[in-house]
Design a protein. Structure first.
Length: 203
């Protein structure tokens, strides 16, 4: 199996952290240069018509894209350690927080980056005002996480999960739009340091 990615891309890091937690080693990572436009080439669009990374090439030549879909494949292939929950309630709760962390935090940070930085101005029309609004909305999720983590060891409860990976990667990526944890977010900081101490945070 191969995974086409750019290592600094947050969604690519999400998958690498997930695989590191699972102990999956039989995957070859192929690096692309998104700034150069490797992902918008005709060749790459045969792998993913949406021109996004990461994309996993299976041994039979088929392709799987979307980071959570790739993670779900490995969750099914290697159930332990469970990163998407085990009981129906655990699975639903982790999915809820994973979706919240993705929709109301990670995606908004990504829009803030794309529209405020001009990084992809050669292939899209940045709208800085929209990007700034996205940054403001992303900032609103930090106090929500902080309050939630006052009563929970990890975002999905007492066990580390994909929800933690999504939120952790998002906080690190948020630095590019100058969005950082405030000193008042003590529970969020406690959780961040805990996740940052894991070996998977180094990938």
């Amino acid at each position: 199996m191969k995974i086409f990615e750019e290592k600094i891309a947050p969604n690519a890091r999400r998958v690498r952290m997930f695989l590191a937690e699972k102990g999956v080693e039989n995957v070859e990572f192929v690096q692309l240069d998104l700034k150069r436009g490797d992902n918008v080439s005709a060749e790459f669009k045969q792998k993913n018509p949406l021109a996004k990374v990461p994309v996993m090439e299976m041994d039979d030549g088929s392709y799987l894209s979307e980071s959570v879909a790739i993670c779900r494949y490995f969750e099914a292939e290697k159930p332990q350690p469970a990163l998407m929950g085990q009981t129906p309630m655990q699975q639903a709760n982790i999915e809820m927080w994973q979706r919240r962390s993705e929709i109301y935090f990670m995606n908004l940070i990504g829009m803030g980056f794309q529209h405020c930085s001009g990084y992809f101005a050669d292939r899209m029309t940045p709208v800085p005002e929209w990007g700034q609004e996205c940054v403001k909305e992303a900032a609103k999720f930090m106090p929500i996480l902080n309050d939630h983590l006052a009563k929970n060891e990890f975002i999905g409860g007492e066990e580390f999960s994909i929800a933690d990976i999504t939120a952790f990667v998002s906080i690190d990526f948020a630095r590019v739009i100058k969005l950082r944890m405030g000193e008042e977010f003590t529970h969020l900081k406690r959780w961040y340091d805990l996740v940052n101490s894991r070996a998977s945070a180094r990938v």
